[in-house]
Each structure stands twice: as C-alpha cells, then as structure tokens.
Design a protein around this ligand. Structure first.
Ligand SMILES: Nc1nc2c(ncn2[C@@H]2O[C@H](COP(=O)(O)OP(=O)(O)OP(=O)(O)O)[C@@H](O)[C@H]2O)c(=O)[nH]1
Ligand SMILES: [Mg+2]
Length: 298
C-alpha cells in the first residue's frame, strides 16, 4: 500500500477548541489552551506517524478579521494555514450560538477546493438540538461529520478522527518530517508559550492581549536544573504593575505555575526567571513582531 502524508489545518472560530483537539489527537500537549479567545497566535505542528501515514496537524489561530498590528498577523496566519494545508478540518464548536458563523467556516473549507471534513467540537455542551440542526445543514456539503469532546473524551476523539483524516491525505513517497518527533516546536518556544498560557489565565481585560513572551536564555548544562530566562513584554507602563502584582505576587504565581508545567514536560527541575519589560506598541512594530516570530512564513 502506498504511503500518505500531508498538512491538516484545524480551521475554526476563536475559542472553538482547536488547540484542545490538537493536543488530544497528538496525545501530547503541543499547544496552549485557555478560556480566552485568541490564545493561539502562531501555527503549531503536531506530528503523528505510523507505518502507512504521517499526519501533520496544524493548530492555527481562530478566524480574526483585522488589518492592523498583532491581529493582522493572526488573520494572515489563519489564511496562510488554509492556503498551505493539504486537508482541512472545520472545527465547529457547539457552544457557539449562531449557526451561520459555523457554517461560514464550513463554506471557507468547501471553497478551498481541498479535501476536508467537519469535527463538531464541545459535544458535551448541553445543547443536543444544536447538533441535529448543524448536522442537517452540513448534509449538503457531502463531507464526513463527527462530533467529539476533546476535553472530556480525548481517546474517543482520536479514534474517530484519525482514520477519517488518513483517508483524505495525499500520497507521498516518504514521511515529510522526522518520524520520532511529535512536534517541531523548540523548548525555547514551549517555555515562552507556557508562560503566556499562565498570563492569559491569570490576567484579565486587555492585559493578555497586550503582552508577549520571549525566552532570552535557555541553559541546559550538565547539572540537574534547566535554567530558563524569559521576558514578558507589555505595551504600557501601567500594565507592568498589574503583571507584577502587589509585592510581586501575580508574577510569582505565573512563574510557579509555568515552572511546574515545564518540569512535568522536561522531567527535570527548572529554574525559571521572568522579567516584565515595557515595549511600547510592540504589536505595531514590524521589527518587534519579527523578533517574536509573529511573521507569516513564506
Ligand atoms: N466543554 C468543553 N470545553 C472545551 C472542549 N474543548 C475545548 N474546550 C474549552 O474551550 C476553551 C477554548 O479552548 P482552546 O482549545 O484554547 O480553543 P482554540 O480554538 O484553540 O482557541 P484560540 O486559540 O483562542 O482560537 C477552553 O476553555 C477549553 O477548555 C470540549 O470538548 N468541551
Ligand atoms: Mg488555540
């Protein structure tokens, strides 16, 4: 039998559960998840290889319409993942009240001309009539439709989705990526994303949207401890005080939670040092955006 391999873009609204689904499918935490929309900023690759196929899941930002600053990057990244994927999975979240929003995501996938399927996400959401209505409306597309709860039943989600995706992959002479790896994300990127996840969870209003995290130093020497130094960039002086908190309490909490997560992933002790740095308008500065990796790859 011939080998199949390709990029499979997870396409949906913000907060649809795409990253939760990516993590469930890969069986490892590759992408950060929070209750806030616009958590994912850059695409993250999750790799699943077996004897017959290599699936390259691309977790993307949700759909954002914008022509300025960081949101312009999110919007371009969303479009680039659609254009660059071989197969699309429309992730349609059942906690969304407006079915037309979900159907427009499905229409985008259909318009791409690529093979695609639908995953109705958050099927545990107590709105069974929404499932029936959505299924009926999706019927005309004639593509596979499954419903999953990646949060509550990740194994079932994987078993249901992987065989359907494999059938949609193009043939390939060989795997496209290292067959031992489950992601291409570096430890420096993972460290920065883990800190950003804790910032999103513990800071409110506009603060998370105005910050970015950059790993400045990652030292893995002979010793038992991995030393990570990261900057939290904020775009206003006033935000710095909020991120640091009273007597440093907020920053300490963020640092402790991020360190614990990183220690679990690395299986080693971690020393994590965080600095809050004010970089006014970093999100509209092309050079700063590039430094943070917020550029769409060509
Ligand atoms: N009840 C329920 N909640 C879910 C499920 N999947 C994800 N969530 C929750 O939905 C929220 C958003 O999940 P994410 O996986 O970050 O969603 P996303 O589509 O990646 O969001 P963005 O990156 O911001 O576009 C989080 O609070 C998740 O815990 C699910 O199957 N059931
Ligand atoms: Mg996400």
């Amino acid at each position: 039998m011939s080998f199949r391999a390709g990029f499979v873009g997870l396409i949906g609204l913000t907060n649809a559960g795409k990253s939760t689904l990516a993590n469930a499918l890969v069986g490892e935490k590759i992408s950060i998840v929070t209750a806030k929309p616009q958590t994912t900023r850059q695409r993250v690759l999750g790799i699943i290889t077996d004897d017959e196929s290599q699936i390259l899941f691309v977790d993307a930002p949700g759909r954002v319409k914008s022509t300025a600053g960081l949101n312009q990057f999110l919007s371009a990244e969303y479009e680039a993942v659609i254009a660059g994927s071989d197969v699309l999975v429309a992730v349609l979240n059942l906690d969304q009240r407006k079915p037309e929003e979900l159907l427009s995501v499905a229409q985008t996938c259909a318009d791409s001309g690529k093979p695609w399927m639908v995953v109705m996400s958050k099927i545990d959401f107590p709105e069974p009539q929404r499932v029936a209505i959505l299924r009926a409306k999706l019927n005309d597309f004639g593509v596979p439709v499954v419903g999953v709860s990646a949060l509550k039943q990740p194994d079932e989600a994987r078993e249901l989705i992987l065989p359907l995706v494999r059938k949609l992959l193009p043939e390939s002479a060989a795997p496209l990526y290292d067959t031992d790896a489950y992601t291409t994300q570096s430890m420096r990127e993972l460290a920065a994303e883990t800190v950003r996840e804790k910032c999103f969870e513990h800071l409110h209003q506009e603060i998370p949207y105005g910050l970015a995290v950059k790993t400045q130093k990652y030292v893995e020497d002979e010793g038992k401890v991995v030393k990570i130094y990261a900057d939290i960039l904020v775009n206003k002086e006033g935000h710095k005080a909020i991120v640091v908190g009273k007597g440093g309490s907020a920053l300490k909490r963020i640092g402790t939670l991020a360190r614990q997560d990183l220690e679990r992933v690395l299986g080693r002790k971690v020393y994590l040092e965080l600095h809050v740095v004010v970089r006014k308008n970093w999100a509209t500065n092309p050079q700063m955006l590039e430094e943070l990796g917020y550029v769409v790859p060509q």
